[in-house]
Write a new protein. Structure first.
Length: 266
């Protein structure tokens, strides 16, 4: 389940209100529940404005869960907002799984070409290489969520397909509008009210596991591809731009629900 959760939680990574000054933004906390049990919190922050954006998401397991499934991740991106998609300048994904480091940095040239400048372990150790031509015109996973928020803010829908390269894999994130929804007040969330419901689908393109790990990994990847993820987007603060306020998905351990639990201007 934890191999699927990071993909889904990237859908809440850049969750702050746009401001005229990109140095300002929001700090948010999301509570993650699996099968009705609170398993961890995710801390997100972002500044989004006319001069650019920066966004990040940090989370890790702790307590009993941390002892049986030690995992942490810190993903961040920064770039410019212009054109149909964001123009990232740098993406980092630093963390570990069971004390094994997972470090990735992708830098972008002025024309948007991504360059993998740090990778530990190297992608080629476990995965087929992603051809250079398939990396062109892509954005990182965090900037992909910036793209759908920008789509909702400008057009009122989330119908957009975003090509993603994360330094190890090439895939598409396909967002589709499911229609308006009303989120009722709960003890778990600081937001209640109207929202736009969107589905998120993961479509692998390149960078699959090599043959010696392919059978189990491809089976796992197929499961991840088929996981239904629903993202609810709405202004977290009156007058602000739309941001993710709730996320729902299935998992082998039960329903996963992610609620916006705190929000603070910074």
């Amino acid at each position: 389940m934890f191999r699927c959760l990071p993909f889904a939680l990237l859908a809440i990574a850049p969750t702050t209100v746009a401001t005229a000054n990109p140095a300002q933004g929001l700090s948010l906390t999301y509570a993650v529940h699996v099968g009705g049990v609170h398993v961890l919190d995710a801390d997100a922050e972002m500044a989004l404005g006319a001069n650019g954006y920066r966004a990040g998401l940090k989370m890790q397991t702790d307590g009993f869960l941390g002892r049986v499934a030690q995992w942490k991740t810190d993903v961040r991106a920064q770039g410019l907002l212009s054109g149909a998609l964001p123009q990232p300048r740098q993406f980092t994904a630093h963390g570990s799984w069971r004390d094994q480091p997972r470090m990735t940095t992708v830098d972008y040239t002025p024309d948007g070409t991504p360059t993998l400048t740090l990778a530990n372990p190297e992608p080629e150790k476990d995965r087929e290489p992603v051809p250079v031509n398939l990396r062109l015109g892509t954005v990182d996973p965090v900037s992909a969520i910036v793209a759908v928020l920008d789509q909702v803010a400008k057009k009122g829908d989330c119908d957009i397909t975003v090509p993603v390269y994360d330094g190890r894999q090439r895939y598409d994130l396909v967002f589709a509008t499911q229609g308006p929804a009303t989120l009722e007040a709960t003890d778990l969330s600081v937001y209640a009210g109207p929202a736009t419901a969107c589905t998120v689908k993961y479509k692998p393109v390149a960078g699959r596991w090599k043959e010696n790990r392919q059978r189990d990994r491809d089976r796992e990847g197929a499961k991840r591809k088929d996981i239904p993820v629903t993202l609810y987007i709405a202004p977290a603060i009156a007058g602000g731009t739309p941001v993710p306020v709730r996320l729902e998905m299935d998992s082998p351990l039960g329903a996963v629900k992610v609620h916006l639990s705190t929000v603070k201007a910074v």
